[in-house]
Write a protein that binds this ligand. Structure first.
Ligand code: TRP
Length: 337
């Protein structure tokens, strides 16, 4: 039986936080151990260049993200774990796809339209202010990431669904022109994975500056958890678990029976200080073994590099012959004499 290929990319701009962990990393690590799947996970460092022109930050983020995934027990014997820039065929495919992608399709991209809308509400005369060609055509790069490995499933957040639909459109167009080379990918939204709330009660997100780093040192983790916003109900007053950031965060790290127990404590009026202490214990219990491995890995970057190169080798065993096939299909292979 042919395994389903599952593929997802992680843009290397920033340090993974608890929201990334619960929403994307944890389910992906679990899938890496599923021998019925063929998972591909990669550091999207070309994507990082779109948003971040600080080389040190991109480098540091690549290191931290790779270390995070390895520390959490990513099974690299089943999953292919690589750095996008180590697979140059992706760039070559990006150009082939760019040449069959309608500009009008890119005009409709939410990410691009959001910037234009922002410019138009401001004083700027130029609605394309700050829009690079990288930002504009970023869905084509993402399509190349996906189509290079003929992924069936692409686990992503809701904000990325449109990009997967665009990848399908682009694949369709290419197949129509040059023959059936690409499988049409599907976005998968994991309904079991939780969306974590941040310190201020909004969705935990780097852009809101309300995150808790996944591998914050213990002291820092406790401090940040203590900062999570609550209402001003006193100890002894019954509290509503269903509109509470502390509770929903706890839920993302606990079994059903543990959650039921906490629910009772809410009804009995648990003090916020006590709940924060319990939440800290719960989260820390789950992350500390990986945090130790993470620290050890950061001190051994050679090991991380070796893992990534081994992943790239596996990826290129697929991408190299496939790009030859595609070159031939579009008419840029060697002249046959
Ligand atoms: N654009 C995605 C994000 O910002 C990251 C990404 C890049 C990706 N290439 C991908 C996700 C391919 C899935 C498939 O989250």
């Amino acid at each position: 039986m042919n395994k389903e290929t599952v593929l997802t990319g992680i843009t290397t701009t920033g340090t993974p936080h608890l929201g990334n962990y619960v929403g994307a990393i944890r389910p992906a690590i679990a899938a890496s151990k599923n021998s019925h799947l063929s998972p591909f996970y990669f550091l999207a460092d070309y994507h990082a260049l779109i948003k971040c022109q600080q080389p040190e930050l991109v480098r540091q983020s690549s290191l931290e993200i790779a270390a995070t995934w390895l520390a959490l027990g990513l099974d690299t014997s089943n999953a292919v774990f690589y750095r996008q820039s180590d697979v140059p065929e992706i760039m070559e495919l990006t150009w082939m796809l760019t040449c069959v992608t309608a500009k009008g399709l890119m005009n409709r991209s939410h990410a691009y339209k959001a910037v234009v809308a922002e410019n138009e509400t401001g004083k700027s005369q130029d609605s394309d202010k700050g829009v690079t060609m990288g930002l504009f055509s970023y869905p084509v790069l993402m399509a190349a990431d996906i189509l290079m490995f003929n992924a069936h499933q692409v686990p992503v957040g809701k904000d990325q669904i449109q990009h997967i639909e665009m990848a399908r459109d682009i694949a369709n167009r290419f197949n129509h022109l040059y023959g059936e080379h690409f499988i049409l990918p599907k976005a998968v939204i994991d309904s079991n994975s939780a969306t974590l709330l941040g310190l201020d009660g909004r969705k935990m997100s780097k852009s809101y500056h309300n995150t808790i780093p996944l591998f914050a040192p213990e002291k820092k983790l406790r401090k940040l958890i203590n900062k999570i916003k609550t209402n001003s109900l006193e100890p002894g007053e019954p509290k509503d678990p269903d509109n509470c950031t502390l509770f929903s965060t706890y839920q993302a790290f606990a079994s059903t029976s543990e959650v039921d127990e906490i629910r009772k404590l809410y009804a009995d009026g648990i003090a916020w200080g006590e709940m924060k202490a319990r939440l800290f214990e719960q989260v820390n219990e789950q992350v500390y073994p990986a945090r130790e491995r993470y620290q050890a890995l950061l001190e051994d970057p050679k090991h991380i590099e070796a893992e990534l190169l081994a992943g790239a080798k596996k990826a290129r065993a697929i991408s190299q012959p496939f790009i030859q096939q595609l070159r031939k299909a579009v008419g840029i292979s060697a002249i046959s004499i």
